[in-house]
Ligand binder design. Sequence first.
Ligand SMILES: *[C@@H]1O[C@H](CO)[C@@H](O)[C@H](O)[C@H]1NC(C)=O
Ligand SMILES: *[C@@H]1O[C@H](CO)[C@@H](O)[C@H](O)[C@H]1NC(C)=O
Ligand SMILES: [Cu+2]
Length: 243
Amino acid sequence: MRVSAIVPAVLSLASVSSAHFLMNYPDSIGFDDDKEGTAPCGGFTPDLSSGSKQLVDFHVGGDSLAMRATHNQVTWLFRVTLDGTAQSGWKQIFPIVEQSGLGDFCEPHITLPSSYAGKKGVISVVTDAPDGLLYQCIAANFVSGSIDPPSACKNASITASFVDDSKLSALVSGSASGSGSSSNTTSGGSSSTASSTQSSTAAATSTKNAAPGQLAAWSVSAFGLGSALTAVSMVLAGGALMI
Ligand SMILES: *[C@@H]1O[C@H](CO)[C@@H](O)[C@H](O)[C@H]1NC(C)=O
Ligand SMILES: *[C@@H]1O[C@H](CO)[C@@H](O)[C@H](O)[C@H]1NC(C)=O
Ligand SMILES: [Cu+2]
């Protein structure tokens, strides 16, 4: 298929949804579609004080982050900080992962340094979506051990791959190692060894100043011709997903 045939289809995909993303598990501190683009927590302020109704347990030995994407292609960053104001100290806790396809996406084995157990902090999910960076935060009470994924932890029929995304990686300084030893490294840490796709690397650079009119070219360059073809075929095959 020629690119000229793909571009209109990609454009129509981009206009399908007006919503952003939903946090299915754990409960976030709040969601407002209009403010989700506001850093660092989508327009909400974390409250880690004892008795705060925002606080949810998060198991450092393994817990889940479940979202629902309302864009056809998004890239996820998961990060954590012990700074209760959510202003600083962000560490990456999972490789940046790109979701292709609408709907539920869950990572069931997120781990944090065991030294976090007994502390409180903020976990944040940031997505790089066609309409910009979008944010939600979780006020977390870190507890030891692991927990099985809840029923909310499921994947729609999507594909996922580890990618580079310079807009997202700019939001963290190094990674929190899940192995129990704290780590400072900005590269070579457990979260940085994920394979990456070259097409995304190139696109991340080229999209920085993309105007809305450049969206089509951006979509193709960001995700590669193969992904664009996949997206198009998903539209052809899966009208049911588009609700
Ligand atoms: C969802 O897909 C991702 C990426 O392939 C995978 O890592 C994760 O384990 C899946 N989640 C579930 C609940 O199967
Ligand atoms: C990070 O590195 C600095 C300098 O090497 C060191 O002093 C500090 O303890 C390290 N922090 C962590 C969390 O490893
Ligand atoms: Cu959106």
